[in-house]
Design a binder for this molecule. Sequence first.
Ligand code: PEP
Ligand code: MG
Length: 580
Amino acid sequence: MEIKKGIAVSPGVAIGKSLIVDSEDYRIPRREIEPSQRVEEIQRVRNAFHEATEELDALERGQDEATGGRIKDIFAVHLRFLRDRSLRRRITDMVHTQSVTAEYAVSTVLREIAAHFETNVKDTYISERAADIYDIERRLLRRLLGTKREDILHLREEVIVVARQLSPTQTAGFNRDYVKGIASDAGGRTSHAAIVARSLGIPAVVALEDLTEIVRGGDRVIIDGNRGIVIVNPDQETIRQYEVYSREFLALEHKLDSLREKPATTRDGVRISLLGNIEFPDEAHLVLEKGGEGVGLYRTEFLYLNRTTEPVEQEQYEAYAEVARVFKNKPVVIRTLDLGADKYTQSRRLAPEPNPFLGLRSIRFCLQNLSMFKTQLRAILRASVLGQIKIMFPLITSVQELMQARMIVHDVMEDLDEENIHYNRNIELGAMIETPSAALTASTLARDVDFFSIGTNDLTQYTLAVDRGNELVSPLYSAADPAVLRLIRMIIQDANKARIDVSVCGETASEPEYVMLLLGMGIRTLSLTPPMVPEIKQVIRSVTIEDCNHLTRTVLGMNSERQISGYLRATARKILPEAF
Ligand code: PEP
Ligand code: MG
């Protein structure tokens, strides 16, 4: 049994068999085994060869001579390699003499052979066989590491996904019925893969550093998404304790779900709006189910990921219309494309930027790709007649950017007028305030928008110069830092002075310990990850605004992040002890 501590990013407990994902592009780390495990490890090598040979044999036989002649030849070459006893012996000898895992030996030996072909063989035909050897390596590794990578989309049994790093797109593609937990070496609390895991309600822990060096495909793993712990090959007593803990956690969730119909009102009668953050249209129902009263952040860029072509206007229209229809006259804030940074389309992934979080991201990307931007705005405006849709621009850093974005909305409105297409002429336009420059110029920006939404995830990242997804600096990443809190307070004050709405849609809105502070600073609308709505509602219903004001005064008088986060946690623990 091995216990690893990481960062809890999505609550809940899961126990199950691990499935290693994304191993195909990843060098298998060297991992040593006990001498007593060598026999078992050698048997794993033999089994992998045997199963891969059988699989290829069947594939070769299935190829029709006329159409599959060339493919048949390739399979035949691969089969010859797999049946080569000296190759297998070289791998098993390595396991035996160096006491390393089967996957490490397979990967090392086959890569040595491939490298030999690539560098020493002059004949192009033969040197190109290196690609075949990499293919064989992948085929064997899939056997050793668990299920095939492509099977993640066609799972038939429950798994715990273990990966070095997951992209938001990969995570969004997970089938919630089968992926019961997620654990990764890399990542941070507000990395987009973590945000998606939270929206899907899958318990997850990230920043586990070397977990993929410890877990093997098929190992039993416990994911404790409340405490940020992963336990590999737990003993029976630990499993039993976690089963009890998991039942208690589910009972708490069930109890909180009963708050669904109750308003998010403080004990002294101040009504708070709780909206949901969504990535896909079908999550709108989850927001309703959890008691959310609209959508405060619709991250539309997810419609663009995981595909090679852009969604056409009609497809986007339908994705927005679906949500507007669910909420009818309740607000649905559609954020325009926030592509770039950790959310690249397939084509942009081929030309990576050196520093993507400071690169051609979000509104900057849209302003340089007007046809894409206009297509989205047309789709949003067309859907605006169906409900209370609002448009929000991400990553605004200057007033010029905001003016340009507004101008383009007006251009698109004119086009629609010419075509006699209806839309809501008075649609509200808002800006995300998620950069220090926007926070510092909030009083100016407020003149040109109807509302602000504070994106604390990026605001923290850019204020503290700490990558939100990099586990190496994750202890430095905290919205409780006095610098971030001062900016948040400044944005709220400027919005209030300009009499425009201001909400928070970053992850702080989903964290029970920040709720009182945000209310004390004057926030009355929170947009959060849907599964957290009941818990946040419970906190709101347990406090008075006077309590919140008092807490805020105390916090703003503190000078260190450590002191502030400790105080916030201790206060929240008193209010909602079950959640901690
Ligand atoms: C934020 O930055 O706080 C935010 C809500 O946007 P995202 O997490 O999508 O970058
Ligand atoms: Mg952001």
